[in-house]
Design a protein around this ligand. Sequence first.
Ligand code: GLU
Length: 314
Amino acid sequence: MGLNPTIFKMPEDKPPTRYRGRFAPSPTGPLHFGSLVAAVGSFLEARSRGGEWLVRMEDLDRPRTVPGAADDILRTLDIFGLHWDGEMMVQSARNEAYRAALAEMEKLGAVYPCACTRKEIADSVVSGIDGPVYPGICRAGLPEGRTPRAMRVHTDSRPVGFDDALQGRISQNLETQVGDFVVRRADGLFAYQLAVVVDDAEQAITHVVRGADLLDSTPRQIYLQELLSLPTPAYLHLPVAVNERGEKLSKQTLAPAVNLANTVAQLCEVLAFLNQAPPEELKNVDLDDFWQWAIAHWRADHLPAVRSRQLSGI
Ligand code: GLU
């Protein structure tokens, strides 16, 4: 049956896909300088290209979620003038979508149940890009009498690569460098790698700008996008702010929360960290004028092409 062209617009009538970026904080604590860098970088890249900027609250990992942190982060974004477009997406409300994606992968024979405990894996393996490489114990079927815990996706040795807009070409052999990775955890929660892929597709994200701590996760995400026939966005991984010991600023390294009182001065520090050369007097302007300057002067080609950068004074 043919489609009625007055009801169904033909694809060529659709406007070209507009830039859609996002910021996806995990509510594990208040925003600190490191997360502000990711928020500002993704915001400016989107706004300077006339694009939309969405926010997604990544509260999937309930054991790590801190009560009140999500509201605190949203309030902070608002106070800093980081206003997002449309409805915010909240991962804890998205289990149905993750379940459907997993069912799809089961149908494809791409996943398998795994009975191994963390200890069993740690005892037997080589370490990879992101922890131990799973040695494939349950790959050919659960050993006799073992109870399934997690679900893993089969990887293969075909290189999975992409051109990061800042960090250059990244390519991995998932089978040897990562191993069959978990898509549903032993505690029943869906893994970040699966959720992020399903959600970026649902929010029709065209460009992901985030911290380089996630650079090595990207091939896994592209692999899942391909399995699920989802589009692959463009990626740009910003340098991560580290302290003088080379540790990423985070709750664990006791990074201080951003200060809600002098927003413009801190935003100028973020711009300096990202090599945007803010003039000295920008510190004294109001928030609206700050954003006007920052959007007009944003230069992605001036960003430091490194994975991490030390923040002075911490
Ligand atoms: N929720 C992740 C984090 O806060 C970011 C995920 C992403 O940007 O893909 O580290």
